[in-house]
Design a protein around this ligand. Structure first.
Ligand code: FMN
Length: 177
């Protein structure tokens, strides 16, 4: 069975992006979904001096190994000041030192949500622009605005947004089949 990694690109324990990514993963059929949590990787802040002195941090190896196990990815990006959260960027920078094609030439669905009306559009655009150069076979992207109006109890309650997300999930499902 194909394995899909689902990740909220945030270290918030109540991450709305993690909630959205998990819901998106639940819409896939006949795949094993594995949820990763950035809090499970205790990484120092990346720095070249640290890498030169101590090498790749073991927790970065763990993160990279977990990522490489997947056949596809659903990542939902939290937006902090228009871009990635520090927690995601840090883990990602570490992983990129092991393997520049972090996403392994595998199908990738990019999501983002925020409490506001832009739905993390800036960070989503950054990921869409950049990740194809880093091994992401980009299947599609989806931004959900006004999270708290549209999502409740683990699912999208707004049917219009739900249909849009399901179309993206169909694309990923086809890429996996
Ligand atoms: C430091 C900081 C910066 C933020 N900057 C943005 C922003 O640029 N755009 C935005 O839509 N929301 C911004 N927010 C609000 C986040 O979208 C909100 O906290 C959201 O819950 C983050 O996603 P998460 O719950 O998955 O971590 C910011 C929040 C913090 C703490």
């Amino acid at each position: 069975m194909k394995k899909v990694i689902v990740l909220g690109a945030s270290n918030s324990k109540t991450s709305i992006n993690k909630q959205l990514a998990i819901y998106a993963g639940s819409l896939l059929e006949n795949v094993a979904v594995k949820i990763l949590d950035l809090n499970d990787y205790q990484l120092p802040i990346y720095g070249m001096d640290l890498e030169n002195e101590a090498g790749i941090h073991p927790e970065a190896e763990k993160f990279n190994n977990d990522l490489q196990e997947a056949d596809a990815y659903i990542v939902s990006f939290a937006e902090h000041n228009g871009t990635y959260t520090v927690a995601f960027k840090n883990a990602y920078d570490w992983a990129s030192r092991i393997n520049a094609k972090v996403w392994g030439d595998k199908p990738f669905l990019a999501l983002a949500t925020s409490p506001g009306i832009r739905g993390g559009a800036s960070v989503l655009q950054a990921a869409v622009d950049r990740f194809p150069f880093m091994g992401a076979q980009l299947i599609g992207s989806f931004s959900l605005p006004s999270f708290y109006d549209n999502f409740n109890e683990g699912r999208l309650i707004n049917t219009e947004w739900d249909e849009k997300l399901r179309k993206e999930i169909d694309g990923l499902q086809q890429a996996l089949n």
